[in-house]
Design a protein around this ligand. Sequence first.
Ligand code: MG
Length: 355
Amino acid sequence: MLLSDPATYVPGTLDVAGDADLRRYWLDLFRRHIASVVAHVAREHPDEPALQRRMETAARAFASDVDAFEADPSTRFDTLQLCATRERRLREAGVDDPFRRAKARENEAALRLLPALLAEIDGLAEARRLERLVRGIFAGNVFDLGSPATAALFAEGGIGFEAVRARLPARPWRVDDLEALEERFEREIRRALLFVDNAGGDVVLGMLPFARELLRRGTRVVLSANETPTLNDVTHDELVALVEHLATTDPILAEALSQGRLVLVTSGNGLPLLDLRTLGAALRAEIGRHPPDLVVLEGMGRAVESNWHARLTCDVLKIAMLKDVTVARYLGGTLYDVVCRFEPATPVAGSKPIA
Ligand code: MG
């Protein structure tokens, strides 16, 4: 489903296990990251010592998993698998969502900025909107507590959406298909499926304004967030609450919700990366009933680390800020570069084009 060649699909872009330096880099990164989550929980939940102890238990178990990968160079693994192992250790130790409070705080901060941002976008000439919306997605995407680089920034008190937006790299971006995207927007987009990434400014100030623009143009929009918590990714339940709240004041969202043109469907997943073969039953049914003509994969994990080489049977926008130096280097760039890749639909592998 969605994939034009499922037989050759691999939801891992970098060959982490096959490159000794990359392998060491990523194992070390996951080891340092889980230690930082222990510190995060201690800081965010000083009133919950039992949770802190469960978090320490999870971190110890995961650190020994990482050690085991390191000890045996013949083990194959990718970042998706490392993420899955980490989530399993958290759940086993009884840690459900270590970033719950951070997400709620960032959501509230972003909601305060949203009315002015929407007014700014609504005041723009049609031709300038898409670039502004794309830049908003880049700027929002910096709220990432899975990347040590940006997690450190947030531990120091956060970074403002406006400040990031003002300092985004100039065009052309590392991958810059904005013009192709603008051309696509000149034709009707009947149905769009948006895989969202993080809570806070990412979804509230980046993806929701983008979705709202599609709705304004008459597109049917499906927003798909993760089923279960991972890092600071917004969950489906959190997104439903956010959208319902926003619809009380925004007529475009309110009308689209009431018409059934804005639909929220859980992805069925619980990782910061996305394996397109393991979409949940509800989303598969939705895609079957209403095949999208545009899919948006947002964020480094979904767009780059797992699906950069994925070919889809419909048009696809892969959009992200690069918050890891090895991922940035893979794309010939540097930390905090941004990518906006638009790929037209690829026919199903093996099918003959209609003569
Ligand atoms: Mg994320």
